[in-house]
Design a protein around this ligand. Structure first.
Ligand code: ADP
Length: 175
């Protein structure tokens, strides 16, 4: 019997390269005829989680919702690829537990690109706003990020090409 389809969960700071790597992964999988769906945190916040802000509770709820959708997707045979800051250890752990209870593999990929690099990229100018004091919920600046304690994989997009990183993620995920 084929092994169960996994959820692959990219977590890390804003600007770490989660969306880029996740999108490239999904594109590769689809190119190889492996059904996959990308659930990106920013997209989810425009729709499913548009009612949520950036408080501790709302961030946890956003992760819970993404995790529940990912599980449904994976259970239907589509690789669920999630890219979300998901800064709280407990919220990520709850999603992992949900998957484990359902027998669905959960592959946590910590995108550990250093804060200085993320901040120098600052594609959305969010770090700049936070440093100017205009944003009070910026993960890594004035809001906490719990470094994953036992991720399946740690990558950094600082100095590694997207295709190389996709290869690593596929290898650890048996895809
Ligand atoms: P996140 O989703 O974690 O906020 P993004 O995927 O939007 O981050 O990437 C942030 C920036 O980093 C973008 O400008 C992107 O082009 C760049 N980036 C992502 N991956 C790499 C990589 N492997 N090498 C170089 N730059 C990258």
């Amino acid at each position: 019997m084929a092994s169960p389809t996994p959820t692959i969960w990219f977590t890390g700071l804003s600007g770490a390269g989660k969306t880029t790597t996740a999108a490239a992964l999904v594109a590769e999988l689809l190119g190889d005829q492996i059904p996959a769906i990308h659930l990106d945190g920013d997209d989810l916040r425009r729709g499913l989680s548009a009612d949520l802000g950036f408080s501790f509770q709302d961030r946890a709820e956003a992760v819970r919702r993404a995790g529940a959708v990912a599980l449904m997707v994976a259970q239907q045979g589509f690789v669920a690829v999630v890219s979300m800051i998901s800064p709280q250890h407990d919220a990520r752990q709850a999603v992992r537990t949900l998957h484990e209870a359902a027998g669905v593999p959960f592959v946590e990929v910590y995108v550990a690109t250093p804060l200085e690099v993320c901040e120098s990229r600052d594609p959305k100018k969010l770090y700049q706003l936070a440093r100017q004091g205009s944003s009070h919920n910026m993960t890594g600046v004035n809001d906490p990020y719990d470094v994953p304690s036992q991720p399946e994989l740690v990558i950094s997009t600082d100095g590694s090409s997207v295709p190389d990183l996709v290869r690593l993620v596929r290898s650890i995920s048996n895809l």
